[in-house]
Design a protein around this ligand. Structure first.
Ligand code: ADP
Ligand code: MG
Length: 680
């Protein structure tokens, strides 16, 4: 067993070297020694069991506090040892720790764990015995800066307790920063420290002291680092000739559907089938080697056991990319893994790159490429969708057709034996057609490299992600008890936040966010928002949603108020949301929009909310919104609520590249996700 726990006193000694304040302590083996140690340290003392098998000492009756005399220390020794033996007769009792009793203080927790994808993570939160109950924790992925530590302290819900709540004196935040910094250095500099928790850290009006520490060591631990991956040439994704190996004429077969979807491919298409001279109207070849012309891409649907020999032939033929749709590899366990490794080995020898296996492959609608068996190929557009689930691709593509959403690329990553999320991100980053990127992620293989690459990509194109596994159940297996009050999902969320990725919880939501950011104005410049509506009810709901999704509605500056007063009926609400009232006509909208455009430095986002009424038609309102958007650099977001009568307005806005919603909650929720990413 490589992983072991250090005892409390070993932990203290280690942390002390980094300048973490720890109580004075002495290990004793007898009651008489306990009495002498207690006198030496000074009363009162705390005494605790020292046993490698007892992780939670209080649970074992192994902690006694406020011991005030030598006599009491002797008795405590026997009591603690007795309790520990009763709790776990197998436990090896190495002695008892006698330690200085720290004054009561605000109890906090500092923890660390090693995430399987992203490596070391520092956690911080409200500590003490209620820590599991409160779950008020935050985290950062290492390396961590001092500024990040300051942010962590300020972002827990319990922060007011540190800052001084309701007349209480503030706690020593600066010392806390220094302690966390020291702990962070200790964690970062010791590769073999894989997990720890310091609970509690007691924070005082002046100073701090830790009164417990558990550190787990794994001498075989290896540090996670960023790995360089050379770019896959973009032409690999846009072949001029494609061979379908396993192409079939029988409609129920995978090789049929794949071939069928490729019939529209404008380049050369070659079915390979060793039993038929012709497949779906095209001349078929017994093997890829029989094709007289060069082949750029091979799509493989033959049974798994034949894939190694097929890949061998692809290599000989000089195929640059092989899309292996066939399943039955790593996902099937040991045997499948061995087969996958063999395929990879052969491909490497020829420099052939592999998509999959166990995937749907690629769809590049602008190039007429569709290697999948989706029911109907999606339309060309500007969204790239990269997914770890084939079923989700089928669903999204089917849905996109009715929604009139188009794609620059759809990629099913499969087992990611060779090409993985990172390579696909690099492709869509450089693909000129792609304006927005959506990822469906179950897990990433190499979190550090993923973060580096995705943060570069997100600088030029919006990246939106939906990550499965947020439920407690979904995570149970992965999380261990100590130091990891945050599960792996939280680590992903933090990785996304740090690298510019926008996490969204629903598939439709991912498209709403990506499509909005793919529009010409892209991201909002800031988070200060105004709402303009002609409906009192929606003004109130807008405030509610704005608050719920973390969007700041600004207080209108006096100069703006004054100008609006001159325009609007006397009894207007003089507030943000700006309620133009139900009788607002085109002219009133136009005038108010002019005032806001003139004062565009006061705000960053304007939400315009319209509803069906007789004074202003949805097309008239839409045209006013377009004019407004033309008059400002700021972001204008339309929400036209209602049924068919508002459809015209929505269509006009969509055609003019203005974000448009038909459900008010979505408007604010989508913006809330974007602002969380940019301005949290
Ligand atoms: P456990 O293994 O159960 O977490 P701890 O060492 O954290 O054991 O002790 C349990 C509790 O006893 C602590 O949460 C703290 O409230 C109190 N305690 C422990 N050590 C000290 C100390 N040196 N000074 C003051 N209180 C202490
Ligand atoms: Mg403890």
């Amino acid at each position: 067993m490589a992983k072991r726990m250090l005892s409390e006193f070993e932990s203290y000694d280690l942390l002390k070297q980094y300048g973490v304040p720890v109580p004075d302590h002495i290990i004793v083996k007898t009651a008489a020694e306990a009495a002498r140690a207690a006198e030496k340290i000074g009363f009162p003392v705390v005494m605790k069991i020292h046993s490698p098998q007892i992780v939670h000492k209080s649970d074992a009756g192994g902690v006694m506090v406020s011991i005030g005399s030598a006599q009491a220390a002797q008795e405590a020794f026997d009591k603690i040892v007795g309790n520990a033996k009763a709790y776990n007769p197998e436990a090896e009792i190495r002695g008892v720790i006698v330690e200085q009793q720290a004054a009561p203080g605000l109890e906090l927790i500092i923890g660390g764990k090693t995430d399987p994808a992203f490596g070391k993570v520092l956690t911080f939160g409200m500590g003490g015995t209620l820590v599991e109950l409160m779950r008020d924790v935050t985290l950062r992925i290492l390396p961590v800066t001092e500024e990040a530590i300051r942010e962590m302290i300020r972002e827990i819900h319990g922060y007011p307790m540190i800052k001084g709540y309701r007349g209480a004196k503030p706690r020593d935040e600066e010392t806390l920063v220094q302690v966390m910094w020291a702990v962070n250095r200790f964690f970062a500099e010791n590769t073999n420290v894989v997990e720890f928790d310091i609970n509690p850290v007691r924070l005082y009006e002046s100073g701090a002291c830790i009164v417990d520490a558990r550190i787990f060591i794994d001498d075989e631990a290896v540090e996670k680092t960023v790995k360089e991956r050379p770019f896959v040439p973009i032409e690999y994704f846009t072949p001029r000739s494609i061979a379908v190996i396993g192409a079939s004429s029988e409609p129920k077969k995978m090789g049929y559907a794949v071939m069928h979807n490729l019939l529209h491919f404008p380049g050369q298409l070659y079915p390979v089938n060793n039993k038929r001279p012709e497949v779906q109207g095209l001349k078929a070849y017994p093997s890829i080697l029989d094709i007289p012309n060069p082949v750029d891409m091979a799509v493989i649907t033959v049974p798994a056991k034949h894939v190694p020999s097929v890949i061998e032939e692809c290599g000989q033929k000089g195929v640059s990319m092989a899309v292996i749709i066939t399943a039955g590899f790593k996902e099937m366990g040991e045997g499948g893994k061995a087969l996958e490794d063999r395929v990879l080995e052969i491909a490497k020898g020829y420099g052939t790159r592999i998509v999959g296996p166990n995937c749907l492959g690629l769809i590049v609608p602008p190039k007429g490429i569709d290697t999948t068996y989706v029911h109907e190929s999606p339309k060309p557009g500007n969204i790239a969708f990269i997914s770890q689930s084939g079923a989700i691709i089928n669903t999204v593509v089917d849905w996109s057709i009715a929604q009139d959403i188009g794609f620059s690329a759809v990629i099913s990553v499969g087992n990611q034996a060779d090409l993985n999320f990172i390579d696909y991100l690099r492709f869509v980053e450089r693909d000129p057609k792609t304006k927005g990127i959506i990822l469906y992620i179950e897990e990433v293989q190499d979190g550090k490299t993923f973060m580096k690459v995705v943060s570069e990509v997100a600088k030029t194109k919006p990246v939106v992600a939906i990550k499965s596994g947020s439920s407690q159940k979904g995570q149970q297996a992965a999380s261990s008890h100590t130091g990891s009050l945050s599960g792996s999902y939280d680590v992903y969320m933090e990785a996304f936040r740090e690298s510019g990725v926008i996490p969204v919880h629903t598939l439709t939501g991912t498209f709403q966010v990506a499509e909005m950011l793919a529009l010409p104005k892209g991201y909002p410049r800031g988070k200060r928002a105004v709402v303009i509506t002609n409906a009192g009810g929606f003004a109130v709901l807008s405030s509610d949603y704005a608050e719920r999704y973390g969007i700041d509605l600004i207080t209108l500056p006096p100069k703006v108020l004054k100008e609006l007063n001159d325009l609007l009926p006397e009894f207007w609400n003089k507030n943000n949301p700006i309620d133009l009232l139900g009788d607002a006509n085109e002219k009133r909208f136009d005038q108010v929009f002019s005032v806001l455009a003139k004062h565009q430095d006061c705000w960053d986002i304007a939400f315009v909310v319209g509803f069906p009424n007789l004074v202003i038609g949805s097309d008239q309102l839409a045209n006013q919104i377009i004019r407004f958007s033309e008059r400002t650099e700021n972001m204008i977001v339309g929400t036209l609520l209602g049924g068919g009568s508002m459809e015209r307005g929505r269509k006009i806005l969509k055609e003019n590249g203005i974000p448009i919603f038909d459900e008010l909650d979505f408007t604010f929720r989508v913006m809330g996700r974007i602002l969380w990413q940019r301005f949290r």
